[in-house]
Design a protein around this ligand. Structure first.
Ligand SMILES: *Cc1c(COP(=O)(O)O)cnc(C)c1O
Length: 374
């Protein structure tokens, strides 16, 4: 597999299908699934993941840019596409032409959207985001109802969704998440007083963390990105038995060398051998999007952990294989994935450099060859 490449990513589509099945079996009946596929499905390939999610019955797909939505449409993904965030006035026209669902969070944007929709002779589907505490996109919860009602009055706009987003849904402390739920519930209650407006609206709030840990925040739909990829957003959120990562990042040993006592390794000379060591050099570094590390973390070779030594370079990385005597040039190396009894997850790599797994995954260069296995 990938034998002519110095490094590559393997994506296990049959495990993706298993993960989706396990998630659906865990979902309450009638709960809709919106598949979040932004940033190339966190580096896994948006079109490939979309095909599986739609085949499995996703009711909606969400991305965060117009370009991402166009890519899925051009790939003949037949599913309503929602674009998170805010659109510029120029983008609104493209959204309307292509029937993408976008967010309208204030009356100025509603006015522009309504005018363009009218010009195209369309009644366009839009959603509204309620900011219940993340202080990101959307209308602040305490003035949301008023604005939602005024937006709903535009004759060429059809409000089909009202959503919010959690600041912290996957940690043990759910105090703030529960406060956000309370704020959102208050909005929903007000909106429901106007049956005509409420009728066509789907309410949604939960990402993977909310889906797993906040059943009172499921509403009509959950928006799930990371879980079908087999990754949990935190170490403490609920587990679903059988869900496994589908992505593996691999390379091969380019060369092996022996260090004498006092030899240093890598830019910045962050490692100095205090005994004779055997080092494997890998033909990849932070140029692939793998984080820049210094004497931190490890890779897997021959099913064993080989510690990263020195600072990894743009196109090279050195690992200590003194205790893995069988290592040879050309041996497969696991940067993320499983080998024998050992496993390295994106969450592990994230912990080596003080970030989150989403960051590790979305940084993996799209130029790394992806091999999709069934
Ligand atoms: C990214 C995102 C999600 C998906 O989050 P996961 O933790 O990957 O499930 C859901 N909703 C919004 C608004 C997002 O930006």
């Amino acid at each position: 597999m990938g034998s002519t490449e110095p490094f590559w990513i393997e994506i296990n589509i049959s495990q993706l299908r298993k993960n989706i099945k396990l998630i659906q079996a865990d979902m309450p009946k009638n709960l809709r699934l919106c598949s979040v596929l932004k940033n190339q499905a966190y580096g896994h390939g948006a079109v490939k993941v979309a095909q599986e999610m739609v085949a499995a019955g996703s009711s909606q797909i969400a991305v965060s840019t117009l370009q991402e939505a166009m890519e899925l449409k051009n790939a003949k993904i037949h599913c309503p596409i929602l674009i998170f965030g805010e659109r510029t006035s120029l983008e609104i026209e493209s959204c309307i032409e292509n029937d993408f669902i976008f967010f309208v969070n204030d009356s100025a944007v509603a006015e522009i959207s309504n005018t363009i929709a009218k010009k195209h002779g369309k009644k366009v589907e839009i959603q509204i985001e309620v900011d219940t505490g993340l202080s990101r996109y959307g209308v602040r919860w305490d003035s949301a109802v008023e604005i939602i009602e005024s937006i709903a009055h535009f004759s060429h706009l059809n409000v089909t969704g009202v959503m919010t987003h959690f600041a912290m849904s996957d940690e043990l402390d759910k105090t703030f998440a529960n406060e956000q739920i309370r704020r959102f519930d208050e909005c929903i209650e007000q909106i429901r007083k106007n049956k005509k407006i409420a009728e066509s609206i789907l309410f949604h709030a939960s990402n993977t963390g909310g889906f797993l840990d906040l059943p009172t925040a499921h509403y009509d739909q959950v928006r799930i990105g990371i879980l079908p990829l087999g990754i949990y957003p935190s170490k403490v959120c609920r587990r679903i038995e059988g869900i496994k990562p589908i992505l593996e990042f691999k390379s091969r040993v380019a060369s092996i060398k022996n260090l004498h006592v006092g030899d240093v390794v890598g830019y910045g000379m962050h490692y100095k051998a205090t005994s004779t060591r055997t080092i494997a050099v890998l033909p990849m570094g932070y140029g692939t999007g793998f984080p820049r590390l210094r004497n931190q973390g490890y890779v897997l070779i021959c099913g064993k952990r080989a510690p990263i030594v020195g600072g990894n370079a743009m196109n090279a990385m050195m690992v200590d294989v003194t205790d893995i005597a069988e290592t040879k040039r050309g041996d497969e190396v696991i940067l993320i994935g499983r080998q024998g009894e050992e496993q390295i997850t994106a969450v592990d790599v994230a912990s080596w450099c003080g970030t989150v797994c989403y960051d590790i995954l979305t940084r993996l260069s799209l130029e790394i060859p992806r091999i999709y296995k069934n």
